[in-house]
Design a binder for this molecule. Structure first.
Ligand code: UDX
Ligand code: UDX
Length: 471
């Protein structure tokens, strides 16, 4: 039997669910796509008339929303109705690391996946394909299947009594900031499943805009594991280059030259070799922690120790930045003003989850300095939540460790003793350093943790300069 998919529902209108469904709706005009979320406020934002107020900033996203919303793409908090009408349901809910209980600090918290499966089992009708989109520990599909299958046994809501579920794994490889391009032109699409019909139904959707040779089909467990491993390998590459950045600083080598030299080897490749303040984002740390947890679970201590080091190097890299700033500023930054440029975990997103800027700001605040933060897309309220500290409207003479939000680079840098670039926003590449330097307190310092500024221009402006990985 061939499935005829007409109606799709996605549970979770977040960074993954929103953009993924928008791109499906755009490329499959015959499909009805409903994105649901228990968070009504988030849904209201997705339905905002003013497209600059969407809950997520992604280049190219608002144009697609403009084109498809209200046509074949809808955002709603009526979870029950849209589950009942759907032929295919994507689970795109968040799966953070557990903060307490068994596996705290390592295992993924699956409570939202569990509750989504229960909602589906309560309201779905007929033959329904359930697709895991969230990154999940290996074998989660089994949990979902068990919950769904148990519901068939005592199903009362499906009057036709032909309830049947198929579970697929279809992890998302999009990176934030380039999500739309990654979804439109992915390197590959991965679909894991147990039966050909449901796999084919999902392949048919992607075939609308993706060449078939890029669609990889595997069994469920390979698909689930591959997503974790892809993220672990990417993160490991960053820890590797970051560890070498410190060695460059100590030896007089230059990380950008080392990157060029090693990246020219096709076997190594030149992507994902930018040394920085440590990786952030919702995935890398969580997924490696999960890998560590799974390895320990299967008694593979050496494997778990190996991946643990990737996280340790990452934390060390972030920590050493504040240490360095304090050292350069005569071993005290107490009551000095530091301008922090960038708060999102990478450029072109307003996402701040696990952003290295949070840790750097917290470390700086511990040293009793004043921080002015500027980010082109992150709202001050979000920064308050991340730092767990309200912003001061103006700096006071006797409070140590406070922060304020600035509306521009120039404003943030006035009277500052140092500037720290924490996110690689394009506008920070083109700062007029001579102009900025005039209003800074002297001796003025610039710490470029992303290696994005033109060294000659900074030197010409007379600012003392430190850049990651430059000996
Ligand atoms: C993603 C992935 O799906 C996850 O696997 C990955 O590892 C982290 O990133 P993301 O889209 O970034 O999740 O998460 P988030 O932006 O927090 O969105 C999840 C949404 O699901 C939230 O809006 C939340 O309200 C919603 N949700 C959660 C539900 O609608 N129902 C629930 O039961 C739980
Ligand atoms: C990542 C994966 O790339 C994506 O495939 C997966 O679906 C989700 O997790 P994301 O976290 O959105 O995507 O962004 P990514 O571009 O991978 O960056 C993660 C972190 O690594 C950022 O903090 C970024 O600044 C940092 N990074 C990335 C570096 O420090 N150096 C690099 O060379 C690349």
């Amino acid at each position: 039997m061939k499935f005829k998919i007409k109606n799709i529902c996605c549970i979770g209108a977040g960074y993954v669910g929103g953009p993924s469904m928008a791109v499906i709706a755009k490329n499959c005009p015959d499909l009805e796509v409903n994105v649901v979320d228990i968070n009504e406020e988030r849904i209201n934002k997705w339905n905002e008339k003013n497209l600059d107020k969407l809950p997520i900033y992604e280049p190219g996203l608002k144009e697609i929303i403009d084109q498809c919303r209200g046509v074949n793409l809808h955002f709603s908090s009526d979870v029950k109705r849209h589950i009942a009408n759907a032929d295919m349901i994507f689970i795109s809910v968040n799966t953070p690391t557990k903060t307490k209980g068994l596996g705290a600090g390592q295992a993924s918290d699956l409570k939202w996946v569990d509750s989504s499966a229960r909602e589906i089992s309560k309201y779905a009708k007929g033959q329904t394909i359930v697709v895991e989109k969230s990154t999940l520990p290996v074998k989660t599909a089994q949990t979902i299947k068990t919950i769904l299958e148990e519901s068939i046994i005592d199903s009362k809501h499906d009057s036709q009594n032909n309830l049947k579920f198929y579970v697929l794994s279809n992890p998302e490889f999009l990176a934030e900031g380039t999500a739309i391009n990654d979804l439109e032109n992915p390197d590959r699409v991965l679909i894991g499943g147990e039966d050909n019909q449901s796999i084919e139904a999902l392949v048919d959707i992607y075939k609308n805009w993706i060449p078939e040779k890029k669609i990889i089909t595997t069994n469920l467990w390979s698909s689930e594991l591959s997503k974790l491993i892809a993220n672990a390998f990417l993160a490991q590459r960053i820890s590797s280059i970051n560890s070498i950045s410190a060695l460059c600083e100590s030896t007089g080598a230059d990380i950008s030259e080392v990157k060029l030299a090693i990246g020219s080897d096709k076997r190594i490749g030149d992507k994902f070799l930018n040394s920085g303040p440590g990786f952030g984002g919702s995935c890398f740390k969580k997924d490696i922690s999960n890998l560590i947890y799974i390895s320990n679970h299967y008694g593979l201590k050496e494997v778990s120790d190996y991946w643990q080091k990737v996280i340790e190097i990452n934390e060390w890299q972030t920590k050493r930045i504040t240490k360095l700033i304090v050292e350069k500023l005569f071993n005290t930054i107490s009551f000095k003003k530091i301008s922090v440029l960038g708060f999102s975990f990478k450029a072109n997103t307003n996402d701040t989850r696990e952003s290295p800027a949070i840790k750097i700001c917290n470390d700086l605040l511990e040293e009793s300095c004043k921080i002015s933060i500027y980010d082109p897309k992150v709202h001050p309220k979000q920064i308050e939540d991340c730092l767990n500290l309200k912003q001061s409207k103006i700096f006071s003479k006797n409070i140590c460790g406070e922060w304020t939000f600035s509306n521009s680079v120039i404003e943030a840098s006035q009277n500052a003793d140092a500037i720290v670039i924490t996110t690689e926003w394009d506008e920070f590449r083109y700062i007029d350093w001579e102009k900025v330097h005039k209003d800074m307190r002297k001796p003025a310092w610039l710490f470029d943790t992303r290696s994005i500024v033109d060294v000659d221009l900074v030197n010409k402006a007379g600012i003392n300069f430190w850049s990651i990985g430059r000996g």
